[in-house]
Write a protein that binds this ligand. Structure first.
Ligand code: AP5
Length: 191
């Protein structure tokens, strides 16, 4: 099984690249942001809880995220593997993911981190906000909070995988196809 963590700040292109990667490698896309937005749309209790954090660009508490991901992994175990997009976002989430996978006899193949300058991130998200309908895309203060939360709470996750020798950084500016091709070269070395 290929289990890939696609990592990077808000607007780095994780969702865009995930869509192409799941097709090429026949993987399951596990985006915690998408799962929360689905719950939100369905008006579930989980969605209502997550909304308070998402609207402000803050992280949903670890125990809520981990429980949701564990359920999704166990429900989709017949897949060829997972692209984790937007997860893990804290070291506690990364440790929990290792445990969940380890108990199932699985492991993370590698983390691919998209490197994109902050001004590009802001302009991509601001542009997407015109059509995405995402509350957290719509004003610059919220976008800045999300980037700050990424730098303070999420960036250490890259160190977690680096220590395991599993981190590869990719330049995340260029055409979507160029970046996809560079990511694919890394993944082809996993298998
Ligand atoms: P989430 O949904 O994960 O959002 P995010 O990490 O902020 O990432 P984005 O979706 O904004 O960006 P992306 O990297 O996917 O970029 P995209 O491909 O769309 O999380 C939202 C919220 O949910 C969090 O703030 C938090 O509250 C909560 N949450 C989620 N997971 C959590 C977790 N694990 N723990 C706790 N809380 C959690 O691209 C962006 C734009 O750029 C698009 O318009 C795209 O078309 C464009 N673009 C992409 N690539 C290129 C390119 N190469 N050139 C030009 N434009 C490009």
């Amino acid at each position: 099984m290929l289990n890939i963590v696609l990592f990077g700040p808000p607007g780095a292109g994780k969702g865009t690249q995930s869509e192409k990667l799941i097709e090429k490698y026949n993987l399951t896309h596990l985006s915690t942001g998408d799962l929360f937005r689905k719950h939100l749309g369905e008006g579930t209790d989980l969605g209502k809880l997550a909304r308070k954090y998402m609207d402000e660009g803050k992280l949903v508490p670890d125990e809520v995220v981990i429980g949701m991901v564990e359920t999704k992994i166990k429900d989709t175990l017949d897949s060829n593997g997972f692209i984790f997009d937007g997860f893990p976002r804290t070291v506690a989430q990364a440790e929990a993911l290792d445990k969940v996978l380890g108990d199932l006899g699985l492991k993370i193949s590698g983390m691919i981190a998209l490197d994109v300058p902050e001004d590009v991130l802001k302009s991509r998200i601001h542009e997407r906000g015109k059509t995405s309908g995402r509350v957290d895309d719509q004003d610059i203060a919220k976008i800045e909070t999300r980037i700050k939360v990424y730098l303070d709470e999420t960036l250490p996750v890259a160190g977690f995988y680096d220590k395991q020798g599993k981190l590869t950084k990719i330049h995340g500016v260029g055409t979507i196809d160029e970046i996809f091709s560079n990511i694919s070269k890394v993944i082809d070395q996993y298998s």
